[in-house]
Design a protein around this ligand. Structure first.
Ligand code: G6P
Length: 606
């Protein structure tokens, strides 16, 4: 949800800003812009559309030459995507880039209008730029402090003042911002991948801290202007993790990274063959006392939670409620200090999930987050955190982050079931060992690329699709369906196959392909009956089942046979062909796979 960058050093600032922005486009790609000091003057270049439009503009018109500047890639909230609404905003004296939402911008705009300011854009951000100008008295630190006490909402701001052509100022509240620390050069960025090419060292800015960044030093102050001694963080993501490395798209690369991501996430949490989450504050004794669980998340992360519910309830017999964060926060949920609320989030910055965390804490519940981005808000604000080790996920549509979230769901389920004496030590070890074998099975499953590609070519012109399954297959299908929608823009719906006959089957005809997932032995025959029902109504059926499934080839138009493991773990394998089908459908339709329309990876607005 908007990417903010900044650079000060000896390199060509424009080149660095463009490179850094290219690593943050996952946060939004409606427009892009930069502001660079050129001979002590602030030069702004910005335009609607993806970063490549800005690059073309710079090449054909004017590329600012300088060594200090800020940049932005936008996901529009206030004001349509347009040249005028693109960041940076400001004037010749002070120019800013912003990620977040200024909630009281109308009042500020009225106030500033009365003071004689005029506004070009429809953005909330422009009011902050003008407010900075209004208060500017030659002292940026004082000015920024005054402004942040007046603005309400969330912000990560990169600010430059004409009078300080070698300095970037930065401040944040409820939107992430880091300060990258290089050798005689420094950076600001919304996220680590933007700086990885240049440095792995960074400061995490905390709420309302103000950073003053020059090429040879960085000073960070609290709101009372006390100079802070910040801890240097070191990113453990390597530079290749933010590059395509020969793959056509980040999504395809990330699908192939799943075996490694799962191993990296699971192995450090297994000791003597048993899951062990003690380093995250979760002990067997603590688990013994849990009587119910809430899982709250958005999008793909919420789908991981739904699989978690099926697994935890089945094995540990502990009731689990799964909520979309955006609903949880307004439905007055009944939770108290005896509850554990699990928040799942790849980015750790999703606004709805953050609000859910806040609410859970207000209710006195214990909170555990499952997060990919180290040091993100949700990770820091929850009582306990389990980091998934997927590495940076750049493609907007989540794949490897989902798989590692599932992996953690399984570890929790296994340990909880053992703690609750629902499974024996040996059974727990056996499940855990099977989980550790999943990466090999995914590698085998990736060999099914060709059939997925072929299926994609058959469904690419459909206007609507159904995903059907029962139990865990249904839970998993929700994610398969979301992937297809996000990437191909084809409507699809995941439906519990047993429920089809109660209404939705009226939609089925020869125009509607049906993807049937049937990997659960206990439910297999029932799903096969449902396949027959939709086939009888003309549907083309794609069946995803275990290699070993005893089924005639003519039961479906296409059958994807995937490696088998314990039923309970099958979602970890089944997700792969569904990801590939969505991926290739988008490719066949000529869509932008890594940056689907209207989406952003990190949604930091409610
Ligand atoms: C956005 C993304 C989804 C993601 C969801 C939750 O909607 O487009 O892919 O699943 O946010 O994100 P989180 O970072 O909290 O997992």
């Amino acid at each position: 949800m908007c990417g903010v960058v900044g650079y000060v050093g000896d390199r060509d600032c424009t080149d660095v800003l463009i490179n850094a922005l290219s690593k943050l486009e996952y946060r939004g790609y409606d427009s892009a812009g930069i502001a660079v000091f050129e001979r002590n003057k602030i030069v702004v270049e910005k335009c609607q559309g993806k970063l490549k439009n800005l690059v073309t503009k710079l090449e054909s018109e004017h590329k600012p030459l300088g060594h200090c500047g800020i940049g932005h890639t936008r996901w529009a909230t206030h004001g349509e995507p347009s040249d005028i609404n693109s960041h940076p905003h400001g004037n010749k004296r002070v120019t800013i880039v912003h990620n977040g939402i200024i909630e009281n911008y109308r009042q500020l705009k009225d106030f500033l209008s009365n003071e004689g300011y005029s506004f070009e854009s429809q953005t909330d951000t422009e009011t902050v730029a003008k407010l900075l100008d209004y208060y500017y008295d030659g002292n940026p630190l004082d000015t920024i402090t005054k402004v942040v006490t007046e603005i309400e909402g969330s912000y990560a701001l990169g600010i430059i003042f004409r009078d300080f052509p070698d300095t970037i100022f930065a401040v944040r509240k409820d939107s992430p911002l880091i300060v990258g620390l290089g050798e005689n050069e420094n950076f600001i960025a919304s996220d680590v991948p933007a700086i990885l090419k240049y440095t792995k060292n960074y400061y995490l800015l905390e709420q309302d801290e103000i950073a003053i960044i020059k090429k040879d030093r960085v000073k960070v102050y609290d709101v009372h202007h006390n100079l802070l001694n910040k801890e240097v963080m070191v990113a453990d993501w390597d530079i290749n993790s933010a590059e395509k490395c020969g793959y056509e798209h980040f999504m395809l690369k990330e699908i192939h990274e799943q075996p490694t991501a799962i191993t990296n996430t699971v192995s450090p949490r297994v000791f003597d063959g048993m899951p062990n989450l003690e380093e995250c504050g979760i002990t067997v004794d603590y688990l013994k006392g849990i009587s119910r669980l809430f899982i709250v998340a958005c999008g793909t992360a919420m789908h991981a939670g739904i699989v978690g519910k099926y697994v935890i309830e089945d094995l540990a017999r502990v009731p689990v409620t799964v909520d979309m964060a955006s609903e949880f926060i307004y439905r007055n949920p009944i939770i108290d200090s005896s509850d554990l609320v699990i928040l799942i989030s790849q980015s750790g910055e999703t606004a709805d999930t953050k609000s859910a965390l806040k609410l859970a804490k207000q209710c006195g519940a214990k909170t555990l987050s499952i997060v990919n981005v180290v040091g993100s808000s949700i990770a820091r604000e929850s009582d306990m955190v389990i980091y998934t080790h997927a590495g940076p996920e750049i493609s907007v549509a989540s794949t490897k982050a989902y798989s590692v979230q599932l992996a953690i769901m399984y570890l929790i389920a296994f340990e909880l079931s053992y703690a609750k004496e629902k499974i024996s030590l040996d059974a727990c070890k056996e499940y855990t060992s099977k989980l550790m074998d999943i990466p090999n099975l995914i590698t085998e499953t990736l060999e099914h690329k060709n059939i997925c590609q072929k299926i994609a070519s058959k469904i690419m012109n459909a206007t609507s699709l159904l995903y059907i399954g029962r139990g865990l297959d249904y839970a998993l299908s929700m994610e398969g369906s979301l992937k297809l929608k996000e990437l191909s823009y084809i409507h699809s719906e995941a439906y519990a196959s047993g429920e089809l006959k109660h209404g939705t089957i009226s939609l089925v005809d020869d125009e509607m392909p049906v993807i049937a997932v049937a990997t659960q032995d206990r439910l297999f025959d029932k799903t096969i009956s449902n396949i027959k029902e939709v086939k009888a109504r003309g549907a083309k059926v794609i069946l995803v089942c275990k290699e070993s499934a005893n089924v005639d080839d003519d039961i479906a138009d296409y059958i994807i046979r995937i490696p088998a493991t314990d039923n309970i773990l099958m979602p970890m394998i089944t997700t792969v062909p569904l990801q590939l089908i969505a991926y290739y459908t988008a490719v066949h339709r000529g869509n932008n796979v890594d940056q689907p329309r209207n989406l952003a990876k990190s949604v930091t607005v409610e």
